[in-house]
Each structure stands twice: as C-alpha cells, then as structure tokens.
Write a protein that binds this ligand. Structure first.
Ligand code: HAM
Length: 423
C-alpha cells in the first residue's frame, strides 16, 4: 500500500460536524448584507500578480512575503488572491459598474496567505467582504460599522471591542510619517530588527508591532489623530457622532494602522481576546485614492472583510446545532421492498421539501440496518419490509424517545415527519 498523501499545512478540511456552524455563520452574515441593500458578486480566486502588488502595496507583508504566486504554462505570473478588495475593484472597473449609481457589493470565499499557521491563522482561510463605491461618507462609514456590529450580535457575539482610527489624507499622512520616523530614529536602539527594517519601508506599521519590549515606545509615539487635516478630523467626528447616537461603544485607537496600504481616513477593527493573538474578527476602512491610482475614475470607496474561521471559532462555543442531522432513516428489508421503498421516499420528499431522509443502501439484515439507523443520528427509523409492503403501511420507531414501535399509514407518517421538521 502506498503512503497516504496528507493535506497541505495551513489548508484545513472542514469536517461534517463543523459545517452546520459554518452555514449558520455564512447565512446570518449574508442575510444582513442583503438586508442593507448590498448585492452579491462572485469573483475568481486567481488574478494577475501585478494587481495585488499595485492595490495592496509593494512594501506590505502580504505582497513581500505571503503571496502564493506561480507562472502558468504561458509564463504569465498569477497569484491566489490574498484578499478580496483588489479583485472586486478590478471587476467593478472592468465591467463599468462604477458608473451605475453607488454599487454596494459583497463577496465570499477562500483567500490565501503564506503566513505561519496557528490558532485562528491559516494559509487558506475564508472571508465575507463588502465594498461600496462612489460614497464619500462619513454616513456610509458609520453605517458599515453599525452593519458589522449587527452581524456580530446576530451571531451571538456581544463581547467584541470596536476600534476606530483615521489615517487622514495621503498628504497629512506623509507629514505624520516624517514625524514618526524622526521619533523612532531618536529611539533607534529600542527598535527590534523588524521595526528597523520598517522604519525605511513602512514606518506606520511599527505602531502595529506586538513586541512587548517596544510597547512603551509605541505608546509614547506621536498620535496620528493629532496630525489629521481638518476635513479628515470632521469626517471621523461625524462617524463617532452617529455611533454615539446609536449607542455603539468604541475606542479611538491612534495606533490602529492595518496591514494593507490602500487605506485613507477611516479604518476600523472588531477584536476579541478570546482568540489569543489572532483577535481581529472583522476589519476594514476607506480607500478613496485607490481606484484612480490603478487607472479608474476618481471614486471614493470603503469596505470590510470578516474572517469566517474566526467567527466560527467564536460562534461554535455558543451555537450547538440543536436539530438532529437526519429526521428519518428508511430501513428496507428484502429485495422486493427496494423499489417501493424508493417510491415512498420520493413521495415523502415531494410532500416535505425540508425533510432530511436517508434510505438504507446496500441491503443487510434488519438488525444491521437498524444499527445503522441508530448510528446515523436520525430521530426516526422507518421500517419497510414484506409486512408493511402488504399492508401499505410503514412501521416507525422513535430512536430518541425509545417508545414502542408503531405502524402508520403514509398520510399519518407525513404528519409525524412534518411535526419533526417544524420542531
Ligand atoms: P484583512 O484585515 O487583511 O483585511 O483581513 C480581514 C479579516 O480576514 C481579518 O480581520 C481576519 O478575520 C481574517 N483573516 C485575515 N488573514 C487571516 C488568516 N491568515 N487566517 C484566518 N483569518 C484571516 C482585508 O482583507 C481587506 N480586504 C478588508 C477590506 C475590504 N478593506 C476594505 N475593503
């Protein structure tokens, strides 16, 4: 026998016992996006490498060291998408959607980053994200934050913290960047190796460092909120006024900088302490300059994405699927019962579209089939053998309550199963 080939590190199988929580999370989030007037868009998982380099930024961790990039048979460089915004902007530009009012779109699916796998951080992970084009805010910024808050509450997650910051305009950020660089230069000896490298490439990211030894230095660094241009200052004040009125608590965190380069003004993150180091559950912000920068018309834009694995990890603790996986398992005894059993099963499915019914496959004695029925987790075993065939009835055994077996007409069986589905 050959050696079993294992899956790839950081690429997870999502096994059957987890998929009901996945579906619950995905359905809840998608329904809320629909309810706020967003429309679904479906995008490829592979794009030209140049798109990500231009959109996300050449000196980000993602582009520098985390992309799955390969050449196709023609020698063209492609990349498995590390996030959804780049492809979404590309598609909306390419199909002229930006001329059609203010598109609000959402997407979902796998993303790929070559990061060190750990709890809550994987190399293939899943996001649901959304983007709004053509709306300058601050009203839409606040509404997006309210919407993400509603999504999390609908999943039963009420203990998350909301952090907000403004990165200002590119001009204001450039002047803040100079001040920050000169501050860190003055304390050069306290910078770790990564921060020393970032000082020259992306100094704002030093504020995001998790290194315990640098926390004092970071806390005392100049605050971006004190270097905002007047319009960005009013913008963030108007957002917080809407959040205050809506009663949504938040922290203004001047050290929230995000790992992608495209942001201007508003950035936000919902975080938790329950997931260790990977505590950001949902994150996003405004990127007003990006579309023009990649060749489109000047278009303000804002978006967010949420990591499904992280939502599932949090929701799984609270959301134990209460319904049985199967409502019924049909035990079919004897060759002559097989064809009528399938006819019965199809009729039951016609009457009860939400019925979850498994028909025994591959024969077997009554005893062995009954054991399979029990192991399947079904609520009822339906027994169809010569006797039932002759009397056009079905015997029913409640596998959970362990009550006496009963013989029911097909009509009564439909009523019983309908009650089970409705429960
Ligand atoms: P991001 O912060 O890179 O933003 O990712 C958004 C969310 O995806 C994170 O908060 C986290 O929940 C999840 N996530 C990211 N990396 C991993 C990973 N390796 N394993 C598991 N989950 C992960 C973006 O991707 C932006 N495109 C969001 C956005 C949309 N901004 C504007 N529009």
């Amino acid at each position: 026998m050959g050696k079993l080939i294992q899956g790839i590190r950081g690429f997870n199988d999502i096994l059957c016992e987890a998929t009901s929580t996945w579906r619950f999370v995905e359905t809840t989030v998608c329904e809320i996006l629909d309810s706020y007037g967003y429309e679904e868009i479906r995008l490829p998982v592979v794009e030209k490498t140049a798109l990500f380099a231009r959109v996300i930024g050449e000196v980000t961790d993602i582009v520098e060291k985390e992309m799955y990039t390969f050449e196709d048979r023609n020698g063209e460089s492609f990349t498995l998408r590390p996030e959804g915004t780049a492809g979404c902007v590309r598609a909306c530009l390419q199909h002229g959607l930006l001329h059609k009012g203010q598109p609000r779109v959402w997407y979902s699916g796998p993303m790929f980053r070559y990061e060190r796998p750990q709890k809550g951080r994987y190399r293939q992970f899943h996001q649901i994200g959304a983007e709004v084009f053509g709306a300058p805010g601050p009203d839409i910024d606040a509404e997006m934050i309210l919407m993400t808050g509603r999504m999390l509450r609908s999943l039963g997650l009420v203990d998350l913290q909301l952090q907000i910051n403004s990165l200002g305009t590119p001009q204001a950020r450039a002047s803040y960047r100079e001040q920050l660089v000169s501050y860190f230069r003055r304390h050069h000896e306290q910078l770790d190796e990564d921060a020393q490298r970032r000082l020259h490439t992306n100094p704002l990211r030093i504020l995001d460092s998790k290194s315990p030894a640098m926390q004092g230095l970071i806390a005392a660094a100049p605050s971006i909120l004190e270097h905002l241009d007047a319009a960005s200052k009013t913008h963030i004040e108007q957002i917080t006024a809407i959040l205050d009125t809506a009663g949504i608590p938040y922290t203004l965190n001047p050290r929230l900088v995000r790992g992608l380069d495209y942001y201007t003004r508003t950035v936000f993150e919902w975080t938790t302490e329950r997931l260790g180091a990977q505590g950001t559950v949902c994150a996003g912000g405004r990127y007003d300059g990006l579309i023009e920068q990649i060749g489109g018309p000047p278009t303000p834009a804002i978006g967010f994405a949420t990591g499904i694995e992280r939502l599932v990890a949090l929701a799984a603790a609270d959301h134990a699927p209460s319904e049985p996986t199967l409502h019924a398992y049909l035990v079919v005894v004897g060759e002559e019962a097989v064809a009528p059993a399938y006819r019965l099963a199809e009729r039951l499915r016609d009457c009860l579209p939400r019925l979850r019914l498994r028909v025994n496959s591959g024969g077997g004695s009554f005893k062995s089939q009954f054991k399979r029925a029990d192991r399947s987790g079904a609520r009822y075993a339906l027994i169809f053998a010569a006797e039932e065939l002759a009397s056009t009835c079905v015997s029913v055994k409640d596998l959970r309550e362990r009550t006496e077996q009963r013989r029911l007409s097909e009509a009564d069986l439909v009523v019983l199963l309908a009650e089970c589905i409705a429960r």
